[in-house]
Design a protein around this ligand. Sequence first.
Ligand SMILES: Cc1ncc(COP(=O)(O)O)c(C=O)c1O
Length: 351
Amino acid sequence: MSHDRALTRRQFASDNYAGVCPEAWAAMQEANTGHARAYGDDPWTQSAADLIRELFETQCEVFFVFNGTAANSLALASLCQSYHSILCHELAHVETDECGAPEFFSNGTKVLLLPGDNGKVRPEAVEHMVRKRTDIHYPKPRALTLTQATEVGTVYSVDELKAIWAVARKCGLKIHMDGARFANAVASLGCKPREITWEAGVDVLSFGGTKNGIAVGEAVVFFNLELAKEFDYRCKQAGQLCSKMRFLSAPWVGVLRDGVWLKHATHANRMAALLHDELKTVPQVRIMFPRQANSVFAELPKPLIEGLRARGWHFYTFIGEGGARFMCGWDVTEADVCALAADVKELAAKL
Ligand SMILES: Cc1ncc(COP(=O)(O)O)c(C=O)c1O
C-alpha cells in the first residue's frame, strides 16, 4: 500500500477521494475570522440554513451533521418507534454500508428489504411488503427510504417518486430520502429541488455535501416540521452536534451561493457520461445500469480489472450488484476520463 500524501492522479474509486472545492474552502477561510458563538448559534449556520430554505423554496428545518450515516440513521430514527419498520431497497446504503446504524439509533427498528431493478424501489413492492402482514407480530411499517441518486447511479424521475408517494400515503409511510448524491440527481433531471422532495412527499432529506465538494458534512432537511421536534437533542446525543459549527456550515454557504453545488454536480455527471460513452465501445465491457448520474458500473473481465489496478487505477468492485464502479468526483477532468478509457481499451485489446 502506498503511503504517499496524495495519490499521483485523480481516481474513480469514490467521490470521497476528491478534495475540497475552492468555493467551500474560501468560505471556510472567510469563517475563520475572530470568535463566533458555538454549537450552531452563529451567523454562518443561520445563512447556510436560510440558503437551503431558499433552494427548496419552502419553510424547512435544517441540521448539519458530520456524515451520511448519521444523517440517514438519525433522520430515520426520528420517523419511527422501535417496534416500527423501515422499508428500503436491498442495495440501499442504510442496509449495506451503515453497520446497522439505522437500527442502532432507532433502538431496534427493523429494516425490511425491497427488490427492484436498477437500484430502484417500485410502488408495488412497497405495497406488497406493507400488506403481506398486518398482525401484531410483525414490525409495523412506518418509513420508506429512497436513495436519490441511487447506489447504482440511476435516478428516480418526478413521476416515479410521485407514484411511490401515492402508495406510501395509502400505507401510512413517511418518506426519507438519502440524498448523498442529491445534487447529481437534480443535475441529471434538470428539475427544481422542490419537485423531487417535498412536492413528491419527502418528509426529510439527507442532503449530501461531502460528495459535492465539501470537506465534511451533510444537511438533514425536514420538510415535515413536526418531525424535526427535538432533533437537535438526537444529534447531540449521537455525538453529531459540532461545537465549532461555523466550520461545518460555512462550506455550505460557499457551495449554495451562485449555484456552485449544481455546477459541480453537472460537471461530475458530464464526466460520467463521457466515460460511459467511451466504455460502451469496448466489446469486453458490459455496462450494468443506465448511466444517469456521476457513476458508471461495468462488468469487466478479471484480467482487465487486474490490469487496470496494476496501472494504478483505484475502483471498487463490491458496491451495488458488483462489477467495477467508476465514480466521478466534482474535480475529475476530461483528460482523467480519457486516460482511464485509453487504459481500458489498450488492456482489452490484449485479451
Ligand atoms: C448512497 C449513500 N448514502 C450515504 C452515504 C454517506 O456515507 P458516510 O457515512 O460515509 O458519509 C454514501 C457514501 O458513500 C452513499 O453512497
